[in-house]
Design a protein around this ligand. Structure first.
Ligand code: 16G
Length: 241
């Protein structure tokens, strides 16, 4: 491997490594089924920490570009046929494809300057405005999830003036800003509902919930959304079947 990560740019090292692996896959230098060197090998090769390597590999696994096989290693994934590679589906589309009617009820809308976390996630400056929109998502009028989505207003001027009750944000973004919603990376963990979440999701406090943190990117791999969601446990069967 004759690739050197550039430690003098603001581009995070994990991201550089991730992009490099993606390029190898796109060029065909890494083929489906090829094994990816271990975390230790990659960290020694690129002189970066194992945590940095892990972050790159985990995102690639979450995006479906690599697969981890317990006890065997990490491999280049077979290209997915069933998933549209150029578009991600939205909550509205997911529910419709399951024969249910999607719904959205706006709980809160705020426009703020970007906090340091959002500057990093959305690749914006401290003075840039971010739209934070919290919605309860329904399927056939039953509450399924609570989504708190953050969008950079510099990329989507006027997005804060729209009413997103029972409206698809992805559809609006795609049609009004000529932006393809192309890829996402997300982490999922299990948690317990607090009082507010329980009330909104119509479940008992302390019921199991799924917490999803997701970054969504456009066709140029630019971040366009950072979202945290809470899904009611009983919704999950239908979400990931
Ligand atoms: C999905 C996305 C969420 C996005 C929403 C848009 C996950 C975990 N979340 O729920 O990030 O904001 O779709 O839905 O996949 P909409 O276009 O129906 O408003």
């Amino acid at each position: 491997m004759k690739f050197v990560l550039n430690k003098n740019t603001p581009i995070p090292l994990y991201y550089q490594l991730k992009q490099w692996i993606i390029e190898q896959i796109e060029r065909g230098d890494l083929k489906p089924g090829d094994v990816i060197p271990s975390e230790r090998e990659l960290s020694e090769e690129f002189e970066i920490s194992r945590m940095t390597v892990r972050q790159a590999l985990t995102e690639l696994v979450n995006e479906g570009k690599l697969v981890r096989e317990r006890g065997k290693g990490t491999f280049v994934a077979e290209p997915k046929i069933s998933q549209d590679l150029f578009r991600l589906t939205s909550f509205s589309e997911d529910m419709k494809s399951r024969g249910m009617t999607p719904g959205a009820s706006v709980i809160d809308v705020t426009v703020n300057t970007a906090s340091s976390v959002l500057q990093k996630h959305l690749n914006v400056d401290a003075e840039d405005k971010v739209l934070i929109i919290k919605r309860l998502r329904m399927a056939d009028d039953k509450p399924m999830a609570l989504e708190t989505a953050h969008f950079p207003l510099s990329k989507f001027p006027g997005l804060d003036e729209q009413d997103f009750n029972n409206m698809s944000i992805y559809q609006y973004i795609e049609s009004h800003y000529n932006t393809a919603i192309s890829s996402a990376s997300q982490s999922i963990e299990v948690g317990l509902a607090n009082e507010t979440e329980a009330k909104l999701l119509d479940i008992s406090p302390n019921s199991p919930i799924l917490l999803i943190e997701r970054m969504t990117y456009d066709g140029h791999r630019q971040p366009i959304e950072y979202v945290t969601s809470v899904y009611r446990g009983t919704a999950t069967n239908c979400m990931w079947n």
